[in-house]
Design a protein around this ligand. Structure first.
Ligand SMILES: Cc1cc2nc3c(=O)[nH]c(=O)nc-3n(C[C@H](O)[C@H](O)[C@H](O)COP(=O)(O)OP(=O)(O)OC[C@H]3O[C@@H](n4cnc5c(N)ncnc54)[C@H](O)[C@@H]3O)c2cc1C
Ligand code: SF4
Length: 330
């Protein structure tokens, strides 16, 4: 671990002003400090953003949406009455992840920014384009059980490990950020990026920008949603495949469909063609299977993870039926 300075700020503007190259904001520290201990991240200055007021609250919006503060913990978010009542997909996704202790520390902003769990990214003795651009990718011909089946590049096949983000992708969340040039809003699908030629960049946040909040627009998915996480152990493990499904229904006809996948790509994965295919159709296992085939049409497996393609297909069907209490029809 290298030497670093630590400062605690109370104002958002102070945090932004204190930021300089090779500094890092620290929130819960559950990912950053691990990466520092492994020598993967080597910031020389930590700016503690936990004491800034504003990003630390959850607010109901006038239009029926909700704004989740960036420094609210994952636990406080999951158990918040408004979230549980109207945006329960978020609670389900958060509670499927990590452990109670980690969720008590981990924040919403930090969850979006957490880095991949690719084994080689953490192992500084091996080449990794994400950790050291241009050094190569050890996973492509290595042990790639947990890696991507969609949207990968010949530079990186890592996945994004978050559960929370899969629900946010399904719910068309908006990320509020603030930096030296002012505030801006980023649509969730544009927040995380695919690896392409620059796998070192996980997202579209600019250096020094802080996530201040996450807006969830109003929706009618409260009674018809489910989150399914499939993993090697039933707790304290990241998803091999996860699915967030949410529907707006008119009796058995799907009016609006949202299906997002986790554990399969460098970002939470949505396919709007598959969602459009479902809209106007009855909620049947066969229609969900057809939608799954559309989502997975471009999927490509590697030596140890090809099983994820079938796993994802089955998970989409099962979880979508579960969202509508129709799993008995499988
Ligand atoms: C053992 C273990 C198991 C886990 N299992 C799961 C799981 O199953 N599912 C899951 O989704 N997650 C899981 N996690 C990850 C956990 O959810 C994240 O580590 C956590 O959400 C990160 O939040 P944090 O506040 O601790 O971030 P920190 O560690 O403080 O920061 C992480 C990164 O985010 C940046 N950052 C933090 N806040 C902001 C902000 N507001 N604006 C800009 N940048 C910011 C930091 O600079 C840093 O780069 C697990 C973690 C551990 C250690
Ligand atoms: S998959 Fe990405 S993170 Fe993993 S070794 Fe390859 S470049 Fe690094």
């Amino acid at each position: 671990m290298n030497n670093f300075t630590y400062s605690q700020v109370n104002l958002l503007g102070d945090a932004i002003n204190e930021y300089r190259r090779n500094a890092a904001y620290v929130a819960g520290g559950t990912n950053l400090i691990d990466l520092m201990k492994e020598n993967v991240s080597r910031p020389d200055k930590l700016i503690d953003i936990n004491h800034i007021s504003g990003p630390d609250i959850i607010i109901e919006m006038e239009n029926g949406g909700i704004r989740l503060g960036a420094t609210v913990t994952n636990a406080d978010t999951a158990w918040h009455p408004l979230v549980e009542e109207r945006f329960s997909l978020i609670s389900k996704a958060i509670l499927s992840g990590a452990s109670a202790q980690i969720r008590n520390m981990a924040t919403n902003g930090g969850n979006l920014m957490q880095r991949t769990r690719c084994y080689y990214f953490y192992d500084t003795a091996t080449p990794c384009n994400k950790r050291e651009p241009g050094s190569g990718c050890s996973a492509i011909d290595g042990y790639n059980r947990i890696h991507a089946i969609l949207g990968a590049s010949d530079q990186c096949i890592a996945t994004h490990p978050s559960d929370f983000c899969v629900a946010l992708a399904a719910l068309d969340a908006i990320v509020e950020v603030e930096g030296r040039d002012g505030t801006r809003e980023i649509e969730f699908e544009d927040f995380h990026r695919l690896p392409g030629e620059n796998p070192e960049k996980d997202n579209t946040l600019q250096p020094g920008e802080i996530i201040t909040g996450i807006i969830i627009p109003p929706n009618r998915f409260a009674n018809n949603n489910a989150y399914l996480k499939l993993r090697d152990r039933t707790s304290f493990a990241f998803a091999l495949v996860s699915v967030a499904s949410a529907f707006e229904m008119d009796n058995n006809t799907i009016l609006k469909a949202r299906i997002a996948l986790g554990g399969v790509a460098h970002k939470p994965w949505r396919n709007k063609n598959a969602e459009a295919f479902l809209e106007g159709k009855p909620a049947t296992a066969e229609n969900f299977r057809q939608a799954a085939l559309i989502i997975l049409e471009a999927a490509r497996g590697f030596k140890f993870n090809a099983f994820k393609i079938t796993l994802a297909e089955r998970a989409i069907v099962r979880n979508s039926l579960q969202a509508l209490n129709l799993e008995h029809s499988l």
